[in-house]
Design a protein around this ligand. Structure first.
Ligand SMILES: [Zn+2]
Length: 511
């Protein structure tokens, strides 16, 4: 090769390498949007043995297709599989991710009923007492800790989230209307919550025309999500749906009924032909979805990783704290920041820590800017409703700083927002406290000096709008006794709106 030609070749190659590097760095900065499909199965029928075969068939089909689904298993279903020595079913399900779907599902009283008369702490305790053993059985029988929980029917209660925190279970996975944040994944009580999602796209299991309609809906969901930069589609089934004519529990526990075990009846079964159509419809739908390059099936645990809370364990510098305090405004609600979000409870923690620091500084005669503040927990909301603040009250600066130290201690030890914040002998709701100290913190962080007096006014927990009011639309499940309502429990749930915030989709790894 002549030296000149060699040089020119080298130059061309160099340009090509630079171009490739640029293309890669652009891709690294903004990965192509993806649609993540969480496919989950409520695996619950412990009466009709044919439902065991249905779970086996679905698990094996998905494994052959290279798809991992999430099977939320009922405690009694896990024990029944073991008693029937269906190790083939257990082993096939083990290849997927295992979740939890309550201990006995529809035996009365279901979770919403027994939680409806309890407060927060006794509710968490009771949920753990009734459901904890089933969770442990599922872990023992399947050899993996269940990644998620979702309630039987619409038998939802906020104290469940406290129980899940105790179990170190990272995801709430179900479909319902009790809490909803714009139909998107969010955090509630510090747990990733995939609940009322806009894109919940199932096909009826009745053949061609149902399949075509679902494919169109999936296409629509996919396009919308890609335009939004990616997101989640939720698809759920029950293995028993493929082989029964009626749900197993409706046959036995309808409208509050609770017969003894020896009277439990198996539900009527589909014909072989009907079941064949159901499987064909489902399998075609899954193959259709799998055909898109920009669609990926994920499990609940993978969702928790993709939507990892980037506010957790972050150090907040004074400049960032100043922006957060200033954005708090006149209401208690979540904040969207650059690549993370903060719940109202987390805003309270950060701002309160800053105010509490001011006391320490005075004692040490330290005038320097404050140290960064870490967010090392996701505080829960208050356990009870606060007494309303009718008129404004005020406290002097010394009292506010002493109160901040007390609130910091309570939030550290109890892991939650106080029900009442005490300014000496004056109690104010935490909403009012947050709004006032955030205003003061914003000024201090802007270089102003501490005020002599701080005024506390009535304020609203605006985030409570994302938790449904009690009403018949929440409790339509046929297993509830007619007329079941849970006003006190939904009020308790609204107090946990202190913890709600959007979940932000991060870049997936290895892509
Ligand atoms: Zn169920």
């Amino acid at each position: 090769m002549l030296p000149q030609l060699y040089l020119r070749r080298r130059l061309t190659l160099g340009v090509a390498i630079v171009a490739i590097v640029l293309a890669n760095s652009a891709a690294f900065a903004k990965p192509p949007a993806k649609v993540y499909v969480v496919l989950w199965f409520d695996t619950e029928d412990y009466l009709l043995p044919a439902s065991d075969d249905a779970a086996l068939r679905l698990a094996e089909f998905l494994s052959r297709e290279g798809i991992r689904a999430t099977f939320k298993v009922v405690g009694e279903k896990a024990r029944t599989l073991k008693a029937r020595e269906r190790y083939d079913v257990i082993n096939a399900l083990k290849k997927h991710e295992i979740g939890y779907h309550s201990n006995f599902h529809s035996v009365q009283p279901s979770p919403a009923m027994y939680l409806s008369t309890l407060g927060w702490d006794d509710g968490v305790e009771e949920f753990d007492r009734r459901e904890g053993a089933g969770r442990a059985d599922v872990e023992r029988i399947f050899g993996q800790a269940p990644s998620c929980y979702g309630q039987p029917g619409s038998s939802w209660g906020p104290q469940t989230f406290g129980g899940m925190r105790r179990w170190k279970m990272p995801v709430y996975l179900d479909a319902g209307s009790h809490v909803s944040l714009d139909g998107k994944p969010h955090f509630f009580c510090g747990l990733l919550t995939l609940y009322k999602l806009t894109h919940t796209v199932r096909t009826d299991l009745t053949g061609e025309s149902a399949l075509r309609a679902a494919e169109d809906r999936f296409q629509g969901a996919r396009q919308t999500l890609l335009e939004e930069g990616g997101g989640v589609v939720s698809i759920y089934y029950h293995p028993c749906e493929f082989i029964h004519k009626k749900f197993w529990d409706g046959v036995n526990f309808n409208r509050g009924a609770n017969p003894p075990r020896e009277q439990w009846q198996a539900p009527p079964q589909k014909t072989e032909q009907e079941s064949a159509v159901a499987y064909q419809t489902f399998e075609s739908y899954i193959r259709f979805i799998r055909g898109f390059d920009d669609v990926r099936f994920i499990t609940a645990r993978e969702a928790a990783e993709l939507y990892r809370d980037r506010a957790r364990d972050r150090q907040f510098e004074p400049q960032e704290l100043r922006a957060i305090a200033a954005a708090a405004g006149n209401e208690a609600t979540f904040q969207r920041r650059d690549d993370y979000c903060l719940s109202a409870a987390e805003v309270l923690w950060l701002v309160n820590q800053f105010i509490a620091q001011q006391g320490g500084k005075k004692a040490q005669g330290d005038k320097k800017t404050s140290a960064p503040i870490a967010l090392d927990q996701s505080p829960l909301g208050p356990a009870e409703a606060a007494v309303a603040l009718e008129n404004e009250v005020s406290a002097d600066w010394s009292q506010v700083v002493r109160t901040a130290a007390d609130v910091s201690d309570l939030m550290t030890k109890q892991g939650r927002v106080p029900t009442t914040v005490w300014l000496g002998s004056i109690g104010v709701p935490p909403e009012s406290y947050l709004v006032s100290i955030a205003g003061v913190a914003a000024k201090l962080l802007a270089g102003e000096s501490a005020p002599e007096q701080v005024v506390f006014r009535p304020a609203k927990l605006t985030a409570a709008q994302y938790v449904s009011d009690d009403g018949p639309h929440l409790w339509g499940w046929v297993i509830f006794p007619p007329g079941f309502r849970a006003p006190r429990m939904m009020e308790l749930a609204k107090r946990q709106a202190w913890t709600i915030k959007p979940a932000v989709l991060g870049a997936s790894e290895g892509e």
